[in-house]
Write a protein of this length. Structure first.
Ligand code: WQD
Length: 385
């Protein structure tokens, strides 16, 4: 925990009520150096997540916390449609020109399969909203952004592990929205190199939850992703008698797809490191080949795990006897997405060091304490006897 007499930096986190966003807010609040403002349309998030995050921050305050430290534990929460510049402007107006230090832009639709069925929704919400947000940021002299990108920008990468220099060749509308948004940022930083600075964080597969079990992933309806689906099966929210494994004929050790799973708290810490690298005296852009202060970093562990390895790890964490059936491949899946995290480790000091057992244990701790996600009523903490 660090305390400082410097005034709090106001940072907007879009998608702040979501799985990644709520963990990012937690990490920012832990420093007590930021005043966090959350913008979320609550499309795939529960407002109670912000109450829980603020509770974590308040509980962590020292008894003699200063007024400013107490202020850092409170979140300004706004619900707004980021495709509407007028709605975004109404938020920025509350803090005035120069009032917001930076933006961590996480809000996006992220279902690869859905993006192929509803591409316009994805281009509007993921690219259109990013452009609208940047336009309003510029009007209010807010010119720093940490952008949430994705490993899906690599499509089917030619080499594994994947370095950032790999050609971007997304093959789903979702992945293309991430490639396009990165291009918007890069071109903006190139056009006004003395004004803008941005870092794009290419997430691999976030997993787990904060160890308190107070915040976690709470997808609406049936989870599309493997780990939350396995958690829902173990808690009984998904009644399937077996998991459908999408193909075991891939060129991987056991034939099932390989992904680079990293703990969501490690991922969130990567955002703090990226924000720190946007300060005026940062050297992270010194190695840029052009004056544009834009860089992209992989956030992963650099360790690939197969579907069957994940199932086995969740069997151990939950005690649930998973059955599975191998069925056909899922459209859009690629054999292996494993990061080369060396650049983020070297230049940001990023380390995804929590292991798979911890990810599964923390995921199960969240799910078993919140069988119905944020709709689960948690009794108030009982006073110590
Ligand atoms: C993992 C593996 C499936 C479900 C995620 C996000 C996406 C983007 C990229 C952020 C795959 C297999 C899954 C099931 C299965 N993230 N699987 N049966 O596909 O890597 O995508 O990372 O930008 O938004 O969704 O993750 O968890 O969906 O799948 O066999 O019922 O598990 O085939 O190989 P994926 P996932």
């Amino acid at each position: 925990m660090s305390t400082t007499s410097e005034p709090l930096k106001r940072v907007i986190v879009t998608g702040g009520a979501g799985y990644i966003g709520s963990h990012v807010i937690y990490i920012l609040q832990e420093t007590r150096r930021y005043k966090v403002i959350s913008i979320d349309n609550l499309h795939n998030a529960h407002p109670k997540s912000l109450d829980r995050v603020a509770q974590l921050a308040r509980d962590a305050l020292p008894k003699d916390a200063t007024k400013q430290e107490k202020e850092s534990a409170e979140i300004d929460a706004h619900t707004c449609d980021l495709t509407r510049p007028d709605e975004i402007r109404r938020v920025f107006e509350q803090y005035g020109k120069g009032g917001i230090w930076g933006v961590v832009h996480i809000a996006a639709y992220k279902a690869v399969g859905e993006s192929t069925e509803r591409p316009l929704l994805y281009y509007a919400n993921n690219v259109g909203a990013t452009v609208s947000l940047l336009q309003v940021m510029s009007e209010f002299d807010c010119t720093r952004m940490v952008y949430s990108s994705s490993a899906t920008v690599y499509g089917t990468p030619p080499i594994i592990p994947i370095p950032e220099s790999t050609r971007l060749q997304a093959d789903s509308p979702y992945g293309k929205t991430k490639v396009m948004s990165e291009a918007v940022l890069e071109d903006l930083c190139a056009a006004e190199p003395n004004k803008w600075r941005a870092l794009s964080l290419r997430y691999f597969n976030p997993a787990g939850a904060h160890a308190s079990g107070l915040i976690g992933e709470d997808p609406r309806g049936r989870p599309g992703n493997l780990l939350p689906l396995l958690a829902h099966m173990a808690i009984g929210r998904v009644k399937d008698d077996k998991l459908c494994v999408f193909g075991n004929d891939y060129p991987t050790p056991d034939g099932t797809c390989v992904r680079d799973y990293l703990h969501v708290v490690d991922l969130a810490k990567g955002h703090l490191l990226a924000l720190n690298a946007l300060t005026d005296n940062s050297e992270v852009f010194d190695s840029c080949p052009t004056p544009a202060r834009f860089k992209a970093y992989n956030l992963g562990k650099g360790k690939g795990l197969s579907v069957l390895q994940i199932v086995e790890a969740m069997r151990k964490a939950t005690g649930f006897d998973y059955k599975y059936e191998i069925i056909g491949r899922r459209r859009g899946d690629v054999p292996d997405l494993t990061a080369d995290p060396a650049l983020a480790e070297k230049e940001l000091g990023f380390h995804a060091d929590q292991d798979l057992e911890t990810m599964c244990r923390d995921l199960w701790n969240w799910q078993s304490k919140n069988p119905n996600g944020y709709d689960t009523e948690i009794p108030p903490a009982q006073p110590l006897a």
